[in-house]
Design a protein around this ligand. Structure first.
Ligand code: 6PG
Length: 249
């Protein structure tokens, strides 16, 4: 199931995202005793991260039962300005108490293939007793203006049976060597939440949600959960081309 919600401002989107993340976390805790989520990088989730460590979310959030992973990481050391881990550390982990073992970062300081393999190992160790790989309660995702999500980029085909993948891709001025979760893992998540803001994403959002199936060009179309809901939260002009695209489809 896909649910699109549009917000007039980024602040409204952030608040709705924080409400959803908290609700998913509490439900996961009640049902399975822990909350497994994969964070995204990029600038868009920063406001959400900051909200979660402030009231009213902070004291309701099950921090010690939450396990943090990433949908992707840039291959830079963990204290580099381009590191997705560093972003989350500064926005979240520096502000709330989380057991170190609950933070399963992608080791961006390692050579690409090693980092991908090491992360696959962390995933395997976090799987439930009857699972080979963990099922995330939530994967948080962004959308690039080129249609990428996590580090699934246009023109690349992720292997169907590998959980993680090392890729090289240029986007804006960001580090190009990356490790990403593959659709095999992402699509087992129980919930996915895309946060998409800004007019520069409008064409990509319209193509992903209302255009013909073309995951090679718009890799965000590869996200199709086996079960559960994929939320698309859009604000600040990112949904401007959607209506026309739906009408044209
Ligand atoms: C990353 C990402 C990536 C990101 C998009 C959107 O590490 O770069 O996880 O997929 O979500 O590029 O980035 P913005 O939020 O900055 O637009």
């Amino acid at each position: 199931m896909i649910e699109l919600q549009q917000f007039s401002t980024k602040e409204e989107l952030d608040r709705a995202a924080a409400d959803l993340v908290l609700a998913v976390a509490l439900e996961a805790l009640a049902r399975r005793g822990r909350f497994l989520w994969a964070l995204s990088g990029g600038g868009t989730p920063q406001g959400l991260y900051e909200l979660l460590v402030a009231e009213p979310y902070r004291s309701q959030f099950p921090w010690s039962e939450s396990y943090f992973f990433w949908g992707d990481e840039r291959l830079v050391p963990p204290d580099d300005a381009g590191s997705n881990f560093r972003q989350a550390k500064r926005a979240i982990f520096d502000h709330v108490e989380i057991p170190a073992a609950n933070i399963q970062r992608i080791p961006g300081e390692l050579p690409a293939e090693w980092a991908a393999r090491a992360y696959a190992g962390s995933l395997a160790l976090s799987a439930g007793p009857t699972e080979k790989w963990p099922r995330f309660d939530l994967v948080l995702l962004g959308l690039g203006a080129d249609g990428h999500t996590a580090s699934l980029f246009p023109g690349q085909t992720p292997p169907p049976a590998e959980p993680t993948l090392a890729v090289t891709a240029d986007y804006e001025d960001r580090p190009s060597r990356r490790v990403t979760l593959t659709p095999m893992i992402l699509n087992e998540a129980r919930t996915a939440l895309f946060l998409v803001t800004g007019r520069s994403k409008a064409a990509a959002l319209a193509a992903v949600l209302a255009g013909p199936a073309d995951p090679h060009s718009y890799p965000a179309q590869r996200i199709k959960l086996r079960e559960g809901t994929t939320y698309w939260f859009a604000a600040d002009g990112s949904a401007d081309e959607l209506e026309d695209a739906f009408l044209a489809a």
